[in-house]
Write a protein that binds this ligand. Structure first.
Ligand SMILES: Cc1cc2nc3c(=O)[nH]c(=O)nc-3n(C[C@H](O)[C@H](O)[C@H](O)COP(=O)(O)O)c2cc1C
Length: 459
């Protein structure tokens, strides 16, 4: 590790993997150009880390698409190919206390009082359907006033005035709980928003962990060394010493602010929002800061960042508890709502046990499908083939109603209360159809023909 800052990571990563980083030399606007580039590249199967040094109206470089590729996330964690989830779990489990330092680069410039102007930040508009420009990579740090234990979570935020942001706590996680506690005590909740930090800090921030588990310590586990933190000037919240930008302020539980619509991970524009307001009293920035953006909607980056820690936890839990589980995959097509699981079933019903485990543990999942071990769960079309040929709706389907889910599922009610569906597409007992086969010898001939034909398509 040669530094805990985003720019340390960018420098080292670009030196080691220059072909996975694309610097766009032409000038782009803050209005949708960057989302459009991410979308057009993804449609061509490309997910490079993107750097935009020339953005009209921005006083600094914009960096995005950091988490759009799973191989890149593997490299961030130093994982072998295909060992993303195991590596994440192992390193997250090695959580370690933070190391508080007196100062760090984030304190290079500190603006307070009349010098705070959030409108000077280079916020991007991501979709034509958004309310306006948004902060999309903002990680809110809050601390329990009794224990000092911290919480990290992402909250989309729109600039409402020079010193205030509209934000949403719709996922009703631990920040929501801390805000309820503050409201009950008649207090405002001090918060800090980190915009641009080491990608492993960002991964830790997306983990859904128990109340009181401090994700800053998980960040230390992922980094392999204690996270270096400094205290914010007014409220003394501990934030990464090498962050690009930190906004410090308070949420008044009684205040209300316009927020949304915003392009969400479901692929829909959502105005479901808790409409909270953050009043900002301090802006901290390192000199030469870059602006880190996460393109929202159902982009690869938004989905990967949101779910890699959750997938890792679910896969570990599932394999640990159910010995028949051999593979688990959350398909891109299902946003956060679908999961496929392959089982090597030794007793009837084992696949169903695994399906019910998943539906109970993962708060976002809505439809889960079990297949046999020979079906490739990373392929939507193989799973749909198994469903087409092994599954009988009257026999193999389980529906559970009235569970808490995601408020951003447009088919659920506004709180996200949802039904969940388990589909058992394993062959099961008594299934006697034979899968078609081609002999190994013929496959060799076929392969040679295919290679020739592709090398000389006209011939
Ligand atoms: C890129 C990204 C953006 C997110 N935006 C929001 C948001 O605007 N509001 C929200 O309530 N949750 C949002 N989330 C989800 C929370 O950050 C996530 O559920 C968090 O881990 C909750 O953790 P907690 O239970 O520790 O508070 C977002 C997640 C990611 C990865």
């Amino acid at each position: 590790m040669t530094g805990q800052g985003l720019q340390d990571f960018l420098r080292d990563y670009e030196a080691a993997h220059p072909h996975d980083v694309c610097t766009v030399d032409r000038e782009v606007s803050l209005d949708q150009d960057i989302s459009a580039a991410v979308w057009e590249l993804a449609e061509r199967g490309q997910h490079p880390l993107l750097r935009f040094p020339r953005v009209a109206g921005a006083d600094r470089e914009v960096v995005t698409n950091l988490f759009a590729s799973r191989p890149r996330i593997e490299r961030m964690l130093g994982a072998e190919p295909g060992e993303l989830h195991e590596t994440y779990q192992r390193r997250a489990a090695a959580a370690m206390p933070m190391s508080e330092v007196d100062d760090g680069p984030v304190g290079d410039r500190v603006d307070t009082g009349d010098r705070v102007d959030l409108r000077s930040l280079p916020l991007l508009t991501h979709f034509a359907t958004d309310l306006g420009p948004y902060i999309t990579s903002g990680i809110v740090v809050a601390e329990d006033s009794d224990t000092g234990r911290g919480n990290l979570s992402y909250h989309r935020s729109v600039v409402a005035s020079a010193t205030s942001l509209g934000t949403s706590l719709h996922s009703r996680g631990d920040l929501w709980r801390l805000l309820q506690d503050a409201a009950a005590g008649g207090r405002r909740l001090p918060v800090a928003m980190v915009i641009g930090a080491h990608p492993l800090f960002m991964l830790a921030a997306s983990a859904r962990v128990g109340f009181g588990v401090d994700e800053r310590e998980i960040a230390g586990g992922l980094l392999g060394e204690p996270l270096e933190v400094v205290r914010t000037p007014t409220h003394g919240l501990r934030v990464p010493a090498s962050a690009e930008v930190v906004l410090e302020g308070e949420i008044d539980p009684a205040a209300d602010e316009d927020e949304g619509p915003f392009g969400e991970f479901s692929g829909y524009s959502s105005d479901r929002s808790t409409r909270n307001r953050i009043d900002v009293c301090t802006v901290m920035q390192r000199s030469g800061a870059v602006w880190l953006d996460v393109v929202g909607g159902n982009s690869h980056e938004h989905l990967n960042l949101g779910r890699v820690p959750r997938e890792a936890e679910m896969i570990a839990k599932l394999k640990d508890r159910f010995g028949s589980v051999v593979a688990v995959h959350y398909p891109q097509s299902g946003t956060h709502f679908h999961c496929y699981v392959a089982v090597d079933q030794r007793r009837p019903g084992e696949a169903r046990q695994a399906l019910l485990g998943l539906l109970g543990w993962d708060p976002y999942l809505k439809t889960v499908v079990a297949v046999d071990a020979d079906v490739d769960v990373t392929s939507d079309s193989e799973v749909l083939w198994a469903l087409a040929t092994h599954f009988q709706p009257g026999r193999d389907m389980m529906v559970v109603d009235g569970l808490p889910g995601s408020a951003l599922d447009p088919s659920a009610d506004k709180l996200g209360t949802t039904s969940r569906l388990a589909l058992d597409a394993t062959r099961g007992e008594g299934f006697d159809a034979q899968r078609i086969k081609i002999s190994a010898a013929a496959r060799t001939v076929g392969r040679e023909i295919a290679i020739d034909a592709l090398a000389d398509p006209a011939g």
